[in-house]
Design a protein around this ligand. Structure first.
Ligand code: AMP
Length: 430
């Protein structure tokens, strides 16, 4: 019986996975430059972690979580986002008492949301992100925004639109929510069902609505900037000044609010449009949170974070997936020649592998030389290493460069040195 992958999830074959790995390696190196250290938290968490933080009224908690009971009757979820887990870790491990703050961490892993699958939107997808927790400063805010911009440049995605806004502090937001409620109350009969719900729970969320006819109304809604406290306005001005001074282009988008409850002050998103003006949605997004640490039982400390959707980054860098190539990339292939003892060749293979450092494989069967060479070609081998009775007797190897067809005989002891120089010269020629 054939069993398909679960809707909204995908297998990543060797070629696709290599693209993900390459993106992750680059993001890790940028994290290193910005002094974020790599951490990991579990994929399963308690369900109330998200209802307490992301918010009961959020789309994530209302309809997108994979929730289940374990055998101990605990209500658990497959994590639907990272920030709450990282903050939970910060609080549980009393990190504030152990180190000089801010705590700067980066992370990577799968995220699960029961959303309608479409281009750039899956039910299992991957995020790479950073959080800086514990210091309330526009410099930390600017640094996280700048990290995201620099990371996209490092990935070769330069035509990025950075949208930034502020949600202000409690005082500003409460004032603004009241004004929004009054404004939308008179239009709500013409708006979508979700907006009707949002008006009751959190009118700020209406600004996030993507329904075109609702957007026409939203366009004329009052803007947060008219209701900002002096402190919030100054903080936002400082962040944008620091971005200007470090040559990071941005657009202030007063309708940007982000769909999670815990955000306050600066919020931002990175967008990319292809040559036809199409977009997969935001490549990454983030914001500041004033109360999340306290909400989870920790001290009164703020934080700021950002998450990239790795699937979207891979899609933008590589375009539509070409036909999946399941052939592993093997640099060197060992070919048993003639009547050689297969056990002897296997022994050579094992010792070369232990010395080597380059991908090396062999066929464990005796077949005509031509057949074995064709098989090695199919596996993208760049060099063949022939081992026959002669080579075993003389303790030598015969190496053939598949591109130039040049062949040379070397002593077994020189193997490591020779393949290293072959490998690096082939890299130089590329
Ligand atoms: P969020 O946690 O909603 O702020 O999302 C952060 C980033 O994750 C977004 O900017 C997207 O790049 C990515 N993302 C969010 N939802 C999905 C999804 N369902 N499938 C793929 N990527 C997603």
């Amino acid at each position: 019986m054939k069993i398909n992958v679960v809707k909204g999830t995908r297998d990543l074959g060797p070629k696709e996975q290599a693209r993900y790995t390459s993106v992750i390696e680059k993001l890790l190196s940028v994290s290193y430059f910005y002094s974020y250290t790599h951490i990991e938290t579990p994929i399963i968490e308690h369900a109330n972690l998200y209802s307490r933080t992301v918010g009961d009224a959020s789309d994530i908690v209302r309809k997108e979580m994979y929730t289940f009971k374990d055998k101990g009757n605990r209500l658990l979820v497959l994590r639907p986002e990272f920030t709450a887990s990282i903050v939970r870790m910060f609080v549980n491990n009393k990190i504030h008492a152990q180190m000089d703050l801010p705590f700067k961490a980066c992370y990577y892993g799968p995220i699960f949301r029961y959303e309608r699958p479409q281009a750039g939107r899956y039910r299992q997808f991957y995020q790479f992100g950073v959080e800086a927790i514990g210091v309330d400063s526009p410099y930390v805010d600017a640094e996280v925004v700048s990290y995201g911009y620099f990371a996209l440049q490092t990935l070769g995605i330069d035509d990025v639109i950075l949208k930034i806004n502020t949600l202000g502090d409690h005082k500003s937001r409460n004032e603004y929510k009241k004004v929004l409620k009054t404004f939308f109350a008179s239009h709500i009969h013409n708006m979508c069902h979700d907006c009707n719900e949002r008006l009751k729970t959190n009118p700020l969320r209406i600004l996030d609505c993507k329904v075109p006819k609702d957007q026409l109304i939203i366009k004329d809604a009052p803007k947060i900037h008219e209701y900002l406290s002096k402190e919030s306005q100054e903080r936002f001005n400082k962040v944008t000044e620091l971005l200007d001074r470090t040559n990071i282009p941005f657009e202030i988008d007063q309708t940007l609010v982000r769909g999670l409850d815990y955000y306050s002050e600066v919020v931002f998103e990175y967008h990319h449009f292809d040559d036809n003006g199409e977009t997969l949605g935001a490549l990454g997004a983030g914001g500041h949170y004033s109360d999340l640490v306290k909400e989870l039982g920790g001290p009164d400390l703020p934080g700021i974070g950002l998450s990239f959707g790795v699937d979207r980054l891979v899609q933008v860098i590589h375009g539509d997936k070409d036909k999946e190539d399941y052939n592993p990339y093997t640099l060197f292939y060992l070919i048993p020649v003639g009547d050689v003892n297969l056990e002897d060749v296997y022994e050579v293979l094992t010792s070369l592998r232990h010395e080597g450092g380059f991908s090396l494989d062999m066929f464990n069967e005796k077949r005509p030389l031509k057949t074995l060479i064709r098989k090695a070609e199919k596996r993208n081998a760049k060099y063949l290493i022939f081992v026959g009775e002669e080579e075993i007797k003389n303790n030598t190897l015969t190496i053939k460069n598949m591109e130039t067809q040049e062949q040379m005989v070397i002593n077994r002891e020189d193997y490591k040195q020779v393949i290293r120089s072959l490998f690096f010269s082939s890299l130089r020629d590329q």
